[in-house]
Design a protein around this ligand. Sequence first.
Ligand SMILES: C[S@@+](CC[C@H](N)C(=O)[O-])C[C@H]1O[C@@H](n2cnc3c(N)ncnc32)[C@H](O)[C@@H]1O
Length: 364
Amino acid sequence: MNEWMTAVQARKWMKKNESFLPSWHAYVGAELDLFNEFEKATTVEAVSEKTGYPYDLLKSWVNVGVAINHLKKRPNHRYRSSKQKCSALMGDDSSPGVKALLKEIMELHIPTMLQYPEIMRSHERAQFDHERHGEVVAETSALLEHFAIKKIKKMIRDRKVTSIVDLGCGHGGYLRKLAAEFPEIKMTGVDINQKVMDRARILSEDYPNISFEAGDIKTWQPKDEEKPDVILLHNIFHYIHPDERQELLNHLHSYVKDEGLISVITPINETEQGEAFSSAFNSFFVAHSNLFALPDKKELQQISEDCHFNMFDLDPIVKEGSWYTFWLSPSAVVNEKEQTKRPETSDQTVPPENKRVTELTKTS
Ligand SMILES: C[S@@+](CC[C@H](N)C(=O)[O-])C[C@H]1O[C@@H](n2cnc3c(N)ncnc32)[C@H](O)[C@@H]1O
């Protein structure tokens, strides 16, 4: 390639890199609470003096912020955060979820992706540090609750549910959202990470019907005789080796009620909607020795069928992220509405002899 072409190509790649700046800038600002420091128009000197952060570094961060419209220039060398662009990172409204998302991308995903050459050369994968990153991952997962909870609540309203178990419950947000509407249902959250569990307990103090147990979902089962009506299995498949997923579903089949349901939420690999995101996400998982490739639709259909679960209502909840929800029913008995809503999975997952349409136990 001639020199001119090289320069043109280099320029092209340099420009492509610009899209990295907003995430970097937001991450630094969120970590150091700088968007709040610049909530009212102020000078870099004043913030540097107040916080003790070096003036030159702070000024560089401010300059980037102005260039990408995270900060606005005001008269007399003052700067102010853009509420329009950065409200999620400012004031009382600041969202722990958005901050956690930036933290996860910058401290977890990007460093792992940068290790790819070394991992590929050495064949030595990274080790996901549950202790260090468990809380941030639980926090970012919770961002999906908003999109998924309506469907779950609706399903529970239609049934006579007395107990719900959330496996790999993280901070327990699904259970709290459900407990607010169903205070009479017994709810149990199970998670392997003690730190995550402790936080879930604190956040759920005001909900007497929720309890938590530390445990491994591959072996955990309900203590008392009572089987759960509903199991939540949300964002957990990538923690389970593909060879162990079937075993896990068989284990759940052994204790969920016959007329019960399992709510599954998972990103799926290689789907039409969000290939860029799911392939990047997958690259992150497979770079670890203790995280695993996302399942694809075919795998989910196959293990559901092998474990005698009916899989239905496969819907994307965040299309561009390839995040899907679906239900697993251990019995062949599904109600009419669910039967008609069966997606493209239905024919492959339901053996013909199971295609019986009957009413499930109903409250009304
Ligand atoms: C990505 S978070 C999802 C949290 C929550 N279910 C949600 O969707 O918001 C996954 C959680 O599963 C927990 N986990 C992973 N493997 C587990 C296992 N074998 N047994 C129990 N919990 C596990 C992790 O500690 C983490 O809190």
